[in-house]
Design a protein around this ligand. Structure first.
Ligand code: LMR
Length: 326
């Protein structure tokens, strides 16, 4: 769905920032799906603090965590319509706009965090983000979460264990193919509905970062965790492009500076919380943690090779080869 113009109460005119004041501030809505104490949630609040400080109250940022305002099903559309100005979906959720975003889901592709940072801060990531311009969406920054791991109510130590199980996915055909390669089924379920889906056994398992599992309390509804690091879950901070392009210059300058600081804050925090959440999951004593051995890893890699055969064209060989070189 394409919006032709930004609309809503916070639409600025091009006459400059003077029209906004403490009494009549520009209101910016920032909506996301994780909890307020996740790295994304804390960084959204950090951005709010910085932005309000830098503009002396001429801008008011409202943050909406936990899918309170919009969730997986409607946040992109409402960003395009200008009903919300900032969102930060996981990269995978942009598959409908450009299937190449599924690069993050190619099994075992990114070898470490450094490669992820290099990708997003370099030419490849930039090009991918800029592909959204024509959809009235501007990619502003990459915010981290971490590597994904599998959990289930049933054993998942080796590829054969996955056979016949059903897993929740965020979106997209690559994730579906990943589970198919393991003989498992997949269902796309919004983040806000996943805990219930696991609890009610609509699905047996899911894949996510330590912090998402921790803040969503998946230990309460899952038995096994395999530390697989098989894919990445990070975010792209997105704004409505027409809205952003029309911001008065002083506000745009403050926006860019606040976003840069919030991004540094977020990335550092994500690394810390990834470790802390893994400890929390271990300490919960509710999950059996299975460490992926190099031998088991080899087996998973081999079993998932078919995903590369099937999706090399869709995701792009250049992009895949580019990541391998990082
Ligand atoms: C998920 O749906 O599992 C994640 O994308 C949620 C998030 O925003 O981290």
């Amino acid at each position: 769905l394409l919006a032709t113009a930004g609309c809503g109460s916070s639409k600025p005119s091009s006459s400059g920032g003077e029209q906004y004041s403490k009494e009549k501030p520009l209101v910016i809505k920032f909506s996301h799906v994780t909890t307020a104490d996740s790295p994304k949630g804390k960084a959204a609040d950090k951005f709010k603090e910085l932005m309000e400080q830098k503009t002396g109250g001429k801008v008011k940022v409202e943050t909406y965590p936990s899918s309170q305002l919009y969730g997986d099903k409607d946040e992109l559309e409402n960003l395009q319509l200008g009903n919300v100005q900032i969102i930060a979906p996981s990269v995978t959720k942009l598959v409908g706009l450009n299937p190449q975003f599924q690069i993050v889901d190619m099994p075992f592709l990114f070898k470490n965090r450094e490669a992820v940072i290099k990708f997003w801060d370099g030419e490849l990531g930039n090009k991918l983000m800029n592909s959204l311009d024509s959809k009235n969406i501007k990619g502003i920054a990459m915010w981290e979460n971490g590597f994904k791991h599998f959990t289930s109510n049933k054993p998942i130590a080796k590829p054969e264990d996955f056979k016949g199980q059903k897993f929740r996915t965020q979106a997209g055909k690559v994730l579906e193919a990943q589970f198919k390669a393991l003989g498992a089924g997949a269902a796309t379920i919004p983040f806000g509905e996943t805990y219930t889906a696991l609890q009610q056994k609509t699905v047996d398992g899911q894949e996510n970062t330590f912090n998402n599992m921790d803040t969503q309390k998946y230990a309460e509804v899952q038995k096994y965790l395999l530390t697989s690091e098989h894919g990445r879950l990070d975010y792209v901070v997105l704004v409505n492009k027409q809205w952003y392009d029309k911001l008065p210059q002083d506000i745009k300058t403050a926006f860019d500076a606040a976003m840069k600081e919030a991004t540094e804050f977020e990335r550092k925090l994500a690394v810390e919380l990834d470790k802390k959440s893994f400890e929390n999951l271990k300490n919960s004593k509710k999950l059996e943690i299975i460490n992926l051995t190099p031998e088991a890893r080899e087996k998973f890699v081999k079993q998932m090779e078919s995903v590369y055969n099937e999706f090399e064209k869709v995701v792009g060989k250049d992009l895949i080869d580019g990541v391998k070189k990082l």
